[in-house]
Design a protein around this ligand. Structure first.
Ligand code: HEC
Length: 252
């Protein structure tokens, strides 16, 4: 019985994995932790385009403000758009939660958009960078869009006004089992958005830099402490060396 099951699964494999392979685009980025301006721009994009569906409920607005050098009044005017249950504007000390309930989200999208506080750690910055640049037109999907690195994604392409619409270029490649499968090798912009390609890449880079900060707000402090400790140990090494010389002076 078990054998039959394995054979059936084996035979179904090529069918199950049918569809465009989800690996394109596959670019890499470096996040510059000293580039506060980039993270600030990313924060602005995040609250404007992502927080209608995704929360970042492990962060407080004013902590983000402190770390990214944004004053409380700027936070209130430019980054906080949510209100509490009574309709009062969210205060700077509050958590970055959202009003959309999981029930509602489930009904609207079929899946609950996950909290993005730790997404840069679970997915990695390169994956995020490619994901947010990887939406393409696919009429077979309910929302008319698919994604090169997240096949059949339920998220709409919320940045489409900036990026524009792109179509995929695919080729057929042997799948190693005697058949062929479709592999994405590139995109073609069919309807430009409000940003050029390089501007859009920068917007996404900034956004991912912000998500990277969000996932590990202590990273910078930790790096600074690390450097301090190394310098301290180095000075200690020199002092100990001279101390050793001093102690052994009369013995030799
Ligand atoms: C209209 C609602 C909506 C908005 C706005 C939205 N998303 Fe999503 N997002 C979703 C849904 C729904 C999913 C789940 C997709 C799935 O599992 O198929 C998702 C999934 C994701 C994922 C993948 C999570 C994972 O690892 O499974 C990331 C990353 C993400 N969104 C980032 C963003 C970013 C960044 C923005 C802002 C530019 C954004 N989203 C805006 C609805 C939204």
């Amino acid at each position: 019985m078990k054998k039959v099951f394995i054979i059936v699964v084996g035979l179904l494999m090529p069918v199950l994995s049918w569809g465009a392979e989800t690996t394109y685009p596959n670019d890499k980025i470096e996040i510059d932790w000293d580039d506060k301006a980039s993270m600030q721009r990313g924060a602005r994009t995040f609250v404007n385009y992502c927080m209608s569906c995704h929360s970042a409920k492990y962060s407080r607005y004013n902590r983000v403000g402190q770390d990214l050098e944004i004053s409380d009044s700027l936070l209130l005017d430019n980054l906080i758009f949510t209100t509490d249950k009574n309709g009062n504007k969210t205060k700077v000390g509050e958590l970055m939660t959202i009003a959309m309930t999981p029930d509602y989200a489930e009904r609207a999208f079929g899946v609950v958009p996950p909290d993005l506080s730790l997404i840069a750690r679970s997915r990695g910055v390169n994956w995020l960078y490619n994901y947010l640049r990887g939406f393409y037109v696919d009429e077979t999907r309910p929302l008319g869009m698919n994604n090169g690195v997240f096949d059949k994604v339920a998220m709409p392409h919320v940045l489409v006004d900036l990026q524009g619409y792109q179509e995929v270029k695919t080729i057929m490649q042997p799948d190693g089992q005697g058949g062929e499968h479709e592999v994405i090798v590139g995109f073609e912009l069919v309807k430009p958005g409000s940003q050029s390609k390089s501007e859009y890449d920068q917007t996404v880079h900034d956004l991912v830099a912000f998500l990277d900060y969000l996932a590990e707000p202590y990273k910078q402090t930790r790096q600074n402490v690390g450097t301090g400790v190394i310098i301290f140990l180095f000075i200690l090494l020199i002092l100990t060396y001279f101390l050793k010389k001093e102690y052994w002076k009369d013995i030799h």
